[in-house]
Design a binder for this molecule. Structure first.
Ligand code: UGA
Length: 424
């Protein structure tokens, strides 16, 4: 069994940590935020992800948490799972990674394993840093992570593939062995290609979403139904059914950040990545289309009461980063509407970003007296709402299904007006 050090106690860091502890490895997780480390020592996970708290408890004997980099000196693998936000030039802000490298003693038995999503070229930059600081013995491996929030454990334990980009030394082989128990297809490649696999995968998924959103918008104009269209397209094995759900646009920290990073990287190298401009623009407009739909039904939105069902960027997470609800709520308020929002898990995170919103403590409360309701996040409890009761409590009749998750017939049978995204 190995000793695994992890920098960063976010989604990727903690899930990587518990999954390696589950395999029997000794794991030390280091973060710079004292409150996070304190909370973890007490068994509290600083974000909402199903089953992670139970696993932390079950494998507590093999997991420890620290603020001190020195506690990771015995770890052969140093997984970097910290934020590497893009700078304006499209390069990653590597200060968190440099802090890690600088704090480690020179060594020829450590491998720095990059899990964070970073621009292509980051591996070379860090290796230069190793050389400049007398740490040329450090090995570097790019091992991008593909887990999704909300199904993070399942994704980590059953990955579609494991990508290991390295310089052909012991470290790449050792990381590949660490992942052997997951029995996933393994891609061994060079570091730059591994970095590009991650960025290109996220950019492609975002493109798929913007594509189906544009098809949805054309369906609205031409009287076709995008759910039927996606079903028919998805059965073509070359297309596949996943990531063809039209809606309010993609949110989250990853797609937004990575599509821009790839566009900027291409730009820095002299290539104009036209397609990604469209992907970004379509996504921005998609969030705003709801406002014109509401205006079509209600006229001017001043003093209209709009219920937002769900705020998180997707269900099963409390993550508000890049959530479509942020733009939507701001636009509605700018039009003079009164916004009443409810999210079963993300309220606290949302309050920090949008303190001015009125937060309801249940879907029923948000819907009470509303002129229109917008389903923003497809939490199961919204899909299961009894729409005859909803109709009785609302002042108006309009239900905009921003995720095509509701049963249009059930909504209409309750006497309400149903409008999805790209639905007939
Ligand atoms: C995404 C990728 O799916 C992961 O593979 C990747 O590891 C991760 O980014 C990352 O780079 O860290 P995540 O952002 O957690 O994962 O969430 P997704 O499930 O991909 O959803 C992203 C957004 O797209 C959500 O707002 C979701 O509602 C939206 N979406 C997704 C659609 O609008 N339509 C779809 O068909 C699928």
């Amino acid at each position: 069994m190995s000793r695994v050090g992890i920098f960063g106690a976010g989604w990727v860091g903690l899930v990587t940590g518990v999954c390696f502890a589950e395999l029997g490895h000794e794991v030390v997780i280091r973060d710079v935020v004292p409150e996070k480390i304190e909370a973890l020592r007490l068994g509290h996970v600083p974000f909402h992800e199903e089953d992670v708290p139970e696993l932390l408890e079950r494998h507590a004997g093999r997991l420890s948490y620290t603020l001190d980099v020195a506690d990771l000196a015995d770890s052969e693998f140093l997984f970097v799972c910290v934020d590497t936000p893009p700078t304006y030039s499209g390069d990653a802000d590597l200060s968190a990674v440099h802090a890690v490298v600088d704090a480690m003693p020179a060594s020829d038995r450590h491998a720095l394993v990059m899990k964070s999503t970073v621009p292509v070229g980051t591996g070379s930059a860090i290796k230069r840093r190793f050389a400049e600081t007398g740490k040329a013995g450090f090995r570097y491996v790019s091992c991008p992570e593909f887990l999704k929030e909300g199904s993070a454990l399942a994704d980590f334990r059953r990955p579609d593939r494991v990508v290991v980009g390295d310089d052909g030394d012991w470290a790449g082989d050792a990381v590949a062995r660490l992942y052997e128990p997951f029995a996933a297809p393994l891609i061994r490649t060079d570091i730059a290609s591994a970095e590009m696999i991650k960025l290109a995968s996220n950019a492609f998924l975002a493109t798929k979403i913007s594509f189906i959103n544009e098809i949805a918008n054309v369906c609205e104009a031409l009287g076709a139904d995008v759910v039927e269209v996606a079903r028919g397209m998805g059965l073509d094995a070359r297309i596949g059914p996943k990531f063809l759900h039209a809606g309010l646009g993609y949110g989250g920290s990853c797609f937004t950040k990575d599509v821009s990073a790839l566009k900027l990287l291409a730009g820095n190298s002299g290539y104009h990545f036209q397609l990604l401009n469209a992907v970004i623009e379509v996504n921005e407009l998609q969030k705003r289309r709801v406002v014109s739909k509401l205006q079509r039904h209600l006229g001017a939105l001043a003093d209209k009461r709009i219920a937002l069902l769900g705020l998180a960027f997707k269900p099963n997470t409390d993550d508000m980063r890049g959530a479509s609800s942020i733009v939507l709520a701001a636009r509605l308020r700018a039009e003079g509407a009164e916004v009443r929002a409810y999210d079963p898990i993300a309220e606290q995170e949302a309050r920090e970003l949008m303190p001015e919103l009125h937060y309801a403590s249940s879907a029923e409360e948000a819907l009470g007296g509303a002129d229109a309701a917008v389903l923003v996040t497809e939490w199961p409890e919204f899909v299961q709402l009894d729409f005859s009761r909803v109709a009785a409590t609302m002042r108006g009749k309009v239900v905009i299904d921003g995720r095509n998750a509701l049963d249009p017939q059930a909504v209409r049978a309750a006497g309400l007006i149903y409008e999805g995204v790209g639905r007939r």
